[in-house]
Design a protein around this ligand. Structure first.
Ligand SMILES: CC(C)(COP(=O)(O)OP(=O)(O)OC[C@H]1O[C@@H](n2cnc3c(N)ncnc32)[C@H](O)[C@@H]1OP(=O)(O)O)[C@@H](O)C(=O)NCCC(=O)NCCS
Length: 144
């Protein structure tokens, strides 16, 4: 768990997002950090040698977002751990529905965790997105 109110955590979260969204995906900086951050719950992924390599946030509306794993660290299960932790945090907080705005290339990633498309495709920062919502019952997800 990370705390946006603490400068060190804010710096770590910002630098991971900057590297992934601004430098890699060319998303404008002003979209990457926004006013929702101060009210959101934040999670950071950390290696055993204390390198911070991924992040995600959960907004009070139940929206999961700003999910990012540094490029060299992908494909090793970090994103899966972060998303599971974000879902658990949202469920523990009683947030419902739990949803996100997925970049289209990541739709398959979110489907694996029980999210299904619940909206039309739209563009944000010139990237195609789609709203996806988590199926309600955890039992239903396990049964899939
Ligand atoms: C999407 C992202 C967070 C995934 O992180 P990751 O650490 O590479 O994911 P994991 O290694 O935990 O993958 C978990 C599983 O999902 C699969 N997966 C990963 N990315 C996928 C994708 N884009 N589409 C479909 N499946 C995917 C993996 O193959 C893995 O499957 P397995 O369990 O059978 O091995 C990462 O690619 C990323 O940060 N991308 C850039 C930022 C971004 O686009 N964020 C999403 C914004 S909506």
């Amino acid at each position: 768990m990370a705390n946006w109110q603490q400068a060190e955590d804010r710096h770590l979260l910002s630098s991971i997002r900057r590297e992934v969204f601004v430098e890699e995906q060319r998303v404008p900086q002003e979209i990457v950090l926004d006013a929702h951050d101060a009210k959101s719950l934040h999670l950071l992924a950390c290696t055993s040698d204390s390198r911070f390599i991924g992040c995600v946030r959960v907004m009070p509306t139940g929206q999961i977002g700003r999910m990012a794993v540094l490029l060299p660290c992908r494909g090793a299960g970090i994103g899966a751990h972060l998303l599971q932790a974000a879902i658990s945090a949202a469920e523990d907080a009683g947030l419902e529905p739990i949803f996100l705005h997925a970049q289209r290339h990541a739709e398959g990633f979110y489907r694996r965790f029980g999210f299904a498309p619940t909206g039309d495709v739209f563009h944000e920062a010139d990237i195609e997105h789609i709203k996806m919502t988590l199926k309600n019952a955890p039992d239903e997800r396990i049964a899939q």
